[in-house]
Design a binder for this molecule. Sequence first.
Ligand SMILES: Cc1cc2nc3c(=O)[nH]c(=O)nc-3n(C[C@H](O)[C@H](O)[C@H](O)COP(=O)(O)OP(=O)(O)OC[C@H]3O[C@@H](n4cnc5c(N)ncnc54)[C@H](O)[C@@H]3O)c2cc1C
Length: 495
Amino acid sequence: MAVVVFSKIGIIGGGISGLAAAKQLAEYNPIVLEATDSIGGVWKHCSFRTTKLQTPRCDYEFSDYPWPLRDNSTFPSYTEILDYLNSYANHFELFKFIKFNSRVIKIRLAKDKPVWEVAVQTNGAIDQWYGFEFIVVCMGKYGDVPIIPKYRKKKGPEVFKGKVMHSQEYSELSRDKSCQLLKGKKVVVVGYKKSAIDLAVECAQANQGEEGKPCTMVVRTCHWIVPHYFIWGLPFYMFYSTRFSQFLHQRPNQGTLRTLLCHLLSPLRKATSKMIESYLLWKLPLVKYGLKPDHPFEEDYASCQMAILPDSFFMEAEKGNINFKRASNWWFWEGGVEFDDKTKIEADLVILATGYDGKKKLRALLPQQFSTFLEFPSGIMPLYRGTINPFIPNMAFMGYVESVSNLHTSEIRCKWLARLIGGKFNLPSVEKMVEQITTEMEIMKKTTRFYKRTCISTFSINHTDEICEEMGWSCWRKKSWLAEAFSPYNSQDYA
Ligand SMILES: Cc1cc2nc3c(=O)[nH]c(=O)nc-3n(C[C@H](O)[C@H](O)[C@H](O)COP(=O)(O)OP(=O)(O)OC[C@H]3O[C@@H](n4cnc5c(N)ncnc54)[C@H](O)[C@@H]3O)c2cc1C
């Protein structure tokens, strides 16, 4: 089928990254192709009834569209986030750009011109080819392609008499159906990240009273979990989100003197991490339940893996409604789940909160000659300014290099991208981009063993400074040097 619709800019995905891209590139009348019937991405499709934002409102906000009650310190529910996003899209008239129920199933380069051709499925078959000069990929790291554990022969779900589902399937259930599913069932939740924790709480809530059955979390790697944004009475941002606190951490392109200073100050950095750990160990029964991580807090923060606990999590554990089983390996038996220490537990339902494979989702779409560059040169997706893969022409990727506030990061990168496309500045050479990416990756590798998650949280202000410099903006955006050093940076600083 020939290309029938042409536009300068195509945006794939209508989550926060796609919305931010549509807003910043609105002057080009972009076409936003969204696979589902709504905007919001993970907030619509990977959320459960209890899912809440983990970032304070004022850190998860578009720079020109404040949250109503932005100083309210409670975390908004996923429905409040969806309301906020819908209201943003309405206010800036973004819906006119979005084509819903339009799943991109293939991307290829045109034979005779520098145009990406994109096949879109609307009703099960390829309905339309689009042509774009530039594509912004905003398909998200989460959702769509679940990671399913691999099992040895006769150790997989086929031998299990109960039901197995991934958290994605669970998130599609209505409030009533999800309660019905869990009520009175022996549930095993595999995983110990945010979704798994929320799931365990939902199991416990559905299993109150005498008829209720406890839920068991299968935990492979313990991560630090945080009850709220205060540590020993100090606001959390003081530890990692101010220029002063980030001064202690390595950052790309630092001179020899700064490298030396970082080295000398490393005891202070470690002390900060220890201070947070000591608070968490005091506040939460991590030792009692065998949930004390083996790695420093800082490594979870630096890999964007810090989860905020729902209030009732350990209360339910105390009541016996949530149990924990530490295990590196597990498999199915007829009546439930078996572990490498030869113990077994019975289960009616096993929910795999084992995450998503965002790269597989991308690999399936991109032409083969480009998909190999998704992990080149070091097994991590190389993105200059968290956005441009130096080896893939006329394409940007939003939402793949994470921070503590992904909305802020996506928005500022979209502003940068709009100026790049508008010719306000040029990209450096491929070699220079690779050099910058390599430096960032080296820092991530030095900071955390979980560096493959590509997260910039310990040098996020510097990351934005570099973006500002390239756009010709001032990096120093506060009113006084005191605020510059000790107050946190968020989207409003870049309005
Ligand atoms: C449970 C959960 C809690 C989280 N909590 C926080 C938090 O508190 N703070 C924070 O900063 N981040 C959080 N995150 C990270 C979150 O992913 C980002 O904040 C952000 O929402 C990602 O937005 P996105 O637009 O990049 O991707 P997504 O929200 O994943 O949106 C991608 C969109 O692309 C569409 N799409 C996918 N494939 C195709 C295709 N082939 N064709 C067309 N459309 C397609 C999808 O339907 C979807 O709408 C959380 C993530 C999860 C899963």
